[in-house]
Design a protein around this ligand. Structure first.
Ligand SMILES: Cc1cc2nc3c(=O)[nH]c(=O)nc-3n(C[C@H](O)[C@H](O)[C@H](O)COP(=O)(O)OP(=O)(O)OC[C@H]3O[C@@H](n4cnc5c(N)ncnc54)[C@H](O)[C@@H]3O)c2cc1C
Length: 358
């Protein structure tokens, strides 16, 4: 599996790691970095096929202006830099398309006085001394098209995510949906694709007014073919998508549209999923943590969008700081003799990672 050109595996490793991070969003990535800085081993799992969480799934091509130290940074680029800083520097295993299911406690084979955790996933078990949950809003799943089964065309021209705009270079692209993400992608791909058809089953769009008027201007200028209220009746092609039959939602009148790629932007379902069954204290869909980012489960901390506490802010910057606290606590739990306060990186460099560091 490739993310930003690098290979991550679905195969699970057999080690007992110090920290297993559930979630490969920005906060999960930086959790693995903080672990590396404390010379703790870690791994990351994520149910999605790519790292980056919401940044990759929902807004890879948007500028972020409030990550300290970056006057502005593209979401996709921030994920790439986090990957370099954490996964690459510390050689962290990343298991994608792997969902955390449940946790069991068992004696540490090296020290039966202590407990380790067995994280049961849909691909097998992972042994770990601690867990940091950085699961955001939970496991993401793109919403499917109602009334038409697109599954046979997935991987053959039907997409739910845009990894790289170049995937659509010079293609005849049909974007399906009427919300912000569909219209944002019309605007973002209009200069990349050979042609764009926007299909929505209703007349009206539910998106920012400025984006709607930009799309309308593109339609008037002949740069976007607007098909509303239309729906997909059939997809044709020999191995890959070559055309789509649309029908008018009211009159049922059919129209054939040549097309190489369909981008379905119908939103995402997010759900705590299996984590809901864990003995965690949950409040309004989020995990309650104390000021030490401790959850109600022994050996399990949490950070990022998935947590709730008084004064909680759902921001990347605050998630990074929560991760630092969670890792300091987790490492202290594993090695009670270690100090909570990390040494300054200006003094230590990156332990065992970057050539030429002190
Ligand atoms: C359109 C938009 C714009 C935004 N703009 C900004 C901004 O400008 N500045 C800012 O600071 N924030 C912004 N945010 C919010 C920011 O994206 C979040 O705060 C951030 O993504 C939280 O990071 P996270 O790692 O906690 O969670 P996420 O990014 O949600 O990542 C969580 C990951 O955990 C995985 N996961 C969940 N459950 C499981 C499980 N059981 N097993 C395996 N994997 C699991 C998910 O698949 C997901 O990949 C924006 C959000 C949106 C939607």
């Amino acid at each position: 599996m490739s993310t930003n050109g690098k290979v991550h595996s679905v195969e699970l490793d057999n080690d007992i790691r110090d920290v297993t991070v559930i979630g490969g969003g920005p906060v999960g990535l930086i959790t693995a970095f903080w672990a590396g800085m404390r010379e703790a081993s870690s791994r990351i799992i994520d149910s999605l096929p790519e790292i980056g969480g919401q940044l990759t799934t929902l807004y890879p091509e948007k500028w972020i202006f409030d990550v300290p130290g970056h006057p502005r940074v593209l979401a996709r680029d921030l994920v790439e830099q986090l990957e370099r800083q954490s996964v690459e520097q510390f050689d962290v295993p990343v298991h994608l398309e792997t969902t955390a299911d449940r946790v069991e406690y068992e004696p540490d084979p090296h020290d039966p006085e202590r407990q380790i955790l067995r994280l049961v996933t849909d691909h097998g078990d992972l042994l770990t001394r601690t867990i940091v949950i950085a699961g955001g809003h939970g496991a993401f799943e793109p919403k499917k098209l109602p009334g038409f089964d697109m599954a046979p065309w997935e991987g053959r021209g039907a997409h739910y995510l845009v990894g790289e705009k170049a995937q659509f270079l010079d293609k005849r692209v049909m974007i399906v949906g009427g919300g912000d993400s569909a219209l944002d992608w019309v605007v973002n791909l209009v200069d990349t694709a050979r042609s764009i058809t926007l299909v929505h089953r209703r007349e009206g769009f539910r998106a920012h007014e400025a984006t709607i008027s930009e799309v309308m201007q593109d339609a008037e200028a002949g740069r976007v073919d607007l098909r509303v209220p239309y729906q997909i009746r059939a997809v044709t092609g020999d191995g890959r998508i070559e055309g789509v039959t649309l029908f008018h939602s009211e009159t049922e009148e059919e129209v054939e549209v040549p097309c190489d790629a369909i981008l379905l932007q119908l939103g995402f379902k997010t759900a705590l999923g299996p984590l809901k069954e864990w003995p965690l204290e949950i409040e309004r869909g989020a995990i309650v943590v104390d000021p030490l980012m401790r959850t109600s489960m022994e050996g399990v901390w949490a950070a990022g969008d998935i947590t709730t506490f008084d004064g909680k802010l759902k921001l990347i910057a605050t998630g990074f700081a929560e991760a630092a606290i969670a890792v300091a606590q987790a490492v202290h739990h594993i090695r009670p003799e270690s100090r909570l306060q990390p040494k300054y990186s200006t003094n230590t460099g990156v332990p065992g990672a970057v050539e030429g560091q002190a």
